[in-house]
Ligand binder design. Structure first.
Ligand SMILES: [Zn+2]
Length: 317
């Protein structure tokens, strides 16, 4: 090699490594986790503007349209899982629709993130207006707004597993204060998963319910600790590392029955429930966006998006 050729080669090598270094800087510059408190709160308001959203209602149909549009635009694969169930009062068939939003659908081992998206037909714990309009901002709306906000990051981050967000219908299609059949959507989803196994597998799940309270506190739910100890441990460890103190490491006083029970018992998917059950406006007309905050939604979002990138191999044990 002549001296001239050698110096040219050296210059090319220097230029190439500079280009690689610059590209890596640009890649690091782009934040993969993209969460915004105001946008998240805006989603919550949009959902509540649709009014009440019990199963088979006009509000529910509008919400389904809004979500299909939102997640399709963000690049997810969206499908509905439909089934009929008898109306608890009239006995006539009611069409239920679980909404399934898949990210990285080709990945065969997946994590299930879920919430319910129906609202209770009436605010039956309301002292003055038990037949009033129940908006369910925290109870029904908060999980939906959180997942809408998280949708901005799901294709940018590198999750350990594929991710499905599932919105359950019929969590509380309940018309009387004491009793009735809860968890219709999650029970159907769990039975289908057990009886007609799909070509992929859920390694674990996380359910969120009432995580929008502006005074958020999420203790460990005892059923979750029993069914999904490694999910609980890894999620709470992530929150501690991030310094998010709303995840408290003491337990709820009582076990909570929620959509995670059929997932654990029927589908055998180890699933933890993140729930703030101290919410003072539960099942009242006061469960409105004013009682919630975008900051709370984003804190839960940051924990979940970080956790999704470091889910331990033994999470399902
Ligand atoms: Zn409720």
């Amino acid at each position: 090699m002549t001296a001239m050729k050698e110096s040219l080669m050296r210059r090319i090598l220097v230029a190439a490594s500079l280009a690689i270094w610059l590209t890596s800087l640009v890649a690091e510059d782009k934040p993969a986790i993209n969460l915004d408190e105001r946008r998240a709160f805006g989603y919550l308001e949009d959902i509540c503007k649709l009014g009440r959203r019990p199963s088979e209602s006009e509000g529910m149909t509008q919400q389904q349209d809004l979500l299909v549009d939102h997640f399709t635009k963000l690049g997810a694969q969206v499908r509905l899982q439909e089934f009929d169930t008898p109306h608890p009062k009239k006995g006539t068939p009611v069409r239920m629709k679980n909404l399934i939003v898949s990210w990285h659908p080709q990945v065969k081992e997946r994590v299930l993130l879920c919430c319910h998206y129906d609202t209770r037909p009436y605010p039956d714990r309301d002292e003055f207006r038990p037949k009033g309009i129940f908006l369910g901002a925290n109870d029904g709306g908060s999980g939906v707004a959180l997942f809408m906000e998280m949708g901005h990051s799901l294709l940018a981050i590198k999750p350990t597993f594929g991710v499905d967000m599932v919105f359950f219908d019929g969590e509380e299609f309940i018309f009387q204060r004491d009793g009735g059949k809860f968890f219709l959507g999650s029970e159907h989803f769990a039975q289908q998963y057990r009886d007609r196994p799909p070509p992929y597998r859920y390694v674990c799940g996380v359910l969120v319910d009432m995580i929008g309270d502006k005074n958020l506190k999420i203790p460990i739910e005892p059923n979750s600790r029993k069914f999904a100890p490694n999910v609980v441990r890894s999620v709470w460890d992530t929150a501690r590392t991030l310094g998010i103190k709303e995840f408290v490491s003491k337990s709820h006083l009582h076990e909570i029955n929620d959509d995670h029970v059929p997932l654990n018992e029927i589908a055998k998917i180890p699933t933890a429930d993140l729930i703030d059950f101290e919410y003072p406006h539960w099942h009242t007309t006061k469960d409105t966006p004013q009682q919630c905050s975008g900051a709370s939604l984003v804190k839960v979002g940051r924990v979940l998006l970080t956790w999704l990138q470091q889910v331990p191999e033994n999470v399902g044990k």
